[in-house]
Design a protein around this ligand. Structure first.
Ligand code: CU
Length: 358
């Protein structure tokens, strides 16, 4: 994150709720004009993880990371004349203030009032129609990672290009390839439009009639998928003082949310995580699991793992993949299993979580 370290310390001083500890805090100046030393901050140093105090108001925000985690939006399905399933969604761009740590607010641009936007999910071979209404204050688009007509690419200057405030456009495309993808705004300047919160996950389930029996594990119409506990996680971060570096990091927008609200896991059933990285201003983010290992499917576009038995993977911005893991080994007693970015700085600034395996 670079120069943002001092900014974090500044935020910690002016917003005492943010107790993130960084090396830069040792030479920062508090709001009272006194030089802060390491150890000055409550909870600093040894004896417990650095964390925020209190909790965000998820009801006020109308976004709860614990709900987002397990919510997949299959849209409004109907049958087309040729038998193809048509799925339709309405997505509205809205300016909205979101709370990313207790008392730390961020003036976001959102899809449907939440960051990340809703997780759009479909089956390979479906037809997708997304009615996009821009009720925001700036021109926006919806750019999908997938195979589609370039006129539907949702990029400034190509096809329909930017959708102006008050305008509507219908993106129409096939659901392919199967895998875990992203959608995001691609208006200029793109780094600002993405970082403000205009992104979401886009999942295409593999079609077992084309891909064989292995695909049934990932397709909701087949009993083989029933045992899986599926989760969606978007690694993201926020530049709260607009200096081009991030101050708060998270999975699913709220710093330390899954430390305060551990993710309940049934140890008898396997876990599948659809993981993406949309973090702006830092080239790499990562995911590291404690006391267990997982298989990884890069971009989710294959049915055999691209990495077997690993405990850490990294993703560049826009990269994503599927993690599959189990806790049914006799060595895995019930308890708290931590996972976090293995960029330690991101961990201490919010991207730290636990599974509560029962
Ligand atoms: Cu935009």
């Amino acid at each position: 994150m670079g120069a943002g370290g001092a900014a974090v310390a500044g935020a910690a001083a002016s917003l005492p709720l943010l107790l993130a500890r960084t090396g830069a805090a040792s030479d920062a100046t508090s709001s009272a004009g006194m030089t802060m030393q390491e150890g000055d901050l409550p909870m600093e140093g040894h004896g417990g993880p650095s964390m925020t105090v209190g909790d965000v108001d998820t009801a006020r925000m109308r976004y709860d990371p614990s709900v987002y985690l397990r919510t997949f939006d299959y849209g409004e399905p109907s049958a087309m004349a040729d038998g193809t399933t048509l799925r339709e969604w309405t997505i509205v761009a809205l300016d909205k203030e979101i709370e990313i740590a207790p008392g730390v607010f961020f003036p976001a641009w959102t899809y449907n009032g939440q960051v990340p936007g809703p997780t759009l999910r479909c089956n390979e071979g479906d037809r997708l129609r997304i009615t996009f209404l821009n009720n925001g204050s700036h021109p926006h688009t919806m750019h999908f990672h997938g195979m589609h007509s370039t006129t539907m690419d949702g990029v400034t200057g190509i096809g329909r290009g930017e959708i102006q405030p008050g305008e509507v456009f219908v993106y129409d495309m096939p659901a392919r390839p199967f895998g875990v993808h992203l959608y995001h705004c691609h208006a200029s300047p793109i780094k600002r439009h993405i970082h403000k919160g205009l992104y979401g996950m886009f999942i295409v389930n593999p079609d077992p009639t084309r891909r064989g029996d292995l695909a049934k594990r990932r397709h909701p119409d087949h009993a083989e998928s029933g045992e899986w506990q599926e989760l969606v996680m978007m690694m993201n971060a926020f530049d709260t003082n607009f200096d081009g570096a991030n101050e708060v990091y998270a999975a699913n927008s709220v710093a330390f949310h899954y430390m305060k609200h551990p993710i309940e896991i049934d140890r008898t059933r396997p876990v599948r995580i659809y993981l993406g990285n949309i973090t702006e201003f830092d080239p790499i983010n990562s995911f590291h699991l404690h006391a267990n290992f997982f298989d990884y499917y890069d971009t989710g576009t294959q049915l055999e793992p691209t990495l077997k038995t690993v405990d850490t993977i990294m993703q560049a911005q826009g990269q994503r993949g599927i993690l599959e893991l189990r806790f049914d080994d006799p060595d895995h007693e019930p308890g708290l299993y931590m996972f976090h970015a293995h960029v330690s700085e991101f961990t201490e600034l919010g991207w730290m979580s636990v599974f509560d395996v029962r």
